[in-house]
Design a protein around this ligand. Structure first.
Ligand SMILES: Nc1ncnc2c1ncn2[C@@H]1O[C@H](COP(=O)(O)OP(=O)(O)OP(=O)(O)O)[C@@H](O)[C@H]1O
Ligand SMILES: [Mg+2]
Ligand SMILES: [Zn+2]
Length: 334
């Protein structure tokens, strides 16, 4: 997956820090150990000296081990044995003094024999997600802070259930969506007027899934579209670095908040269409929220796309009165 240079630079920095920290802490441990067991330090010095001589001798002689080398090797073994005895006396293993890397496979270098290590790929992914999620008020919205008392418990004549009951069902649905989330999860559309809790609930889902380790990207449609537009038409755009768009296509869950509120152009319509359609085709779940009715969505995007959404998405029609306003009033009355 391609990301921008900025993300790779950040990843390189994190790897470098990890490695430096591991090496430094090993140095400190060794220093403390040598202070207590100076003879160990002397033995280590001998070991590295005989080792260097042995390697030098081996490189200069292609006819196998000669007598002098055999002697060096024996000396080396003996020194190692004595070192081991000191470790045993101190109650530690040699490993305890070696650097402890986050990734033992690549020793926090990010690559093994020139091949990119999995830990580096994972790190790049995390940085990309964090950058995209930086602007969202993720922390503030949770299932716990979602209260049902803002929705009326009166059953209106033409309805079977109260708004509160309907929203209770939606809340439960969102919770079980999180509990059972996986690659075969369905997509979901949250539709309704302003201030009814669509963003709140979609962020609550994002929060829980991120905690579970899924790659979730939350973004508001107007923000992400203008970012994509900049990336596409901006100076220095490099086709091989389709960073944001790739992340949007590939993440485990994409939350596209507030579609329909973007400034509508052929570019934005095509992007939304392609993104939603692409993810539907590869069975990757998406959560969309919008103030638009299905009719308005059809008029803005394509009829074919909206009928696919109606057919394949879980549809939540939010009800109630503007909670943003209710909360403002509550604050004023305090
Ligand atoms: N059930 C709820 N309990 C507590 N707070 C809520 C609830 N629903 C919404 N809120 C709060 O009210 C404000 C508006 O909610 P939110 O942003 O989720 O609305 P929305 O449906 O996304 O509106 P819009 O269509 O304008 O984007 C937020 O601060 C949110 O945290
Ligand atoms: Mg919203
Ligand atoms: Zn690694």
């Amino acid at each position: 997956m391609g990301y921008s240079k900025k993300i790779y630079d950040e990843a390189d920095k994190v790897m470098q820090d990890r490695r430096n920290r591991a090496l430094k802490s090993a140095d400190n441990r060794k220093e403390r150990f040598f202070k207590k067991y100076p003879e160990a330090q002397e033995l280590e010095r001998q070991l590295s000296y005989t080792m260097t001589n042995l390697i030098r001798a081996m490189l200069g002689n292609k006819n196998g081990l000669n007598e002098a080398m055999q002697k060096l090797k024996a000396e080396n073994m003996a020194t190692q044995m004595r070192l081991k005895q000191i470790y045993a006396r101190a109650g530690i293993t040699q490993k305890a003094l070696e650097p402890h890397f986050v990734c033992e496979k690549c020793k926090d270098k990010g690559n093994i024999d020139g091949k990119v290590c999995d830990c580096y790929k994972q790190l790049v992914k995390e940085i990309a997600y964090n950058q995209l999620n930086e602007l969202s008020p993720l922390k503030l919205s949770s299932f716990e802070t979602f209260s049902l008392h803002y929705y009326s418990d009166v059953i209106k004549n033409e309805k079977r259930v109260s708004e509160r009951e309907q929203m209770r069902l939606y809340l439960e649905k969102c919770k079980s969506y999180v509990d059972t989330f996986g690659s075969d999860s369905k997509s979901m559309i949250m539709r309704g007027d302003t201030g009814l809790g669509k963003t709140h609930l979609s962020l609550a889902i994002a929060n829980e899934l991120i905690k579970k380790g899924f790659g979730v990207i939350y973004c508001s449609a107007p923000d992400i579209l203008s970012q994509l537009e900049k990336e596409q038409f901006g100076k220095g755009y490099n086709k091989s670095e389709e960073s944001v768009e790739d992340a949007l296509k590939e993440c485990d869950l994409l939350i596209l908040d507030d579609i329909g509120s973007e400034f509508s152009t052929t570019f934005t319509k095509n992007k939304i269409y392609n993104l939603i359609n692409y993810r539907l085709s590869c069975n990757r779940p998406t959560i969309i929220s919008t103030n638009f009715t299905f009719k308005e969505l059809e008029q803005t995007y394509s009829q074919r796309l909206i009928s696919r959404i109606i057919g394949e998405y879980i549809v939540l029609n939010f009800v109630g009165h503007d909670i943003r306003q209710m909360k403002r009033k509550e604050k004023m009355n305090k």
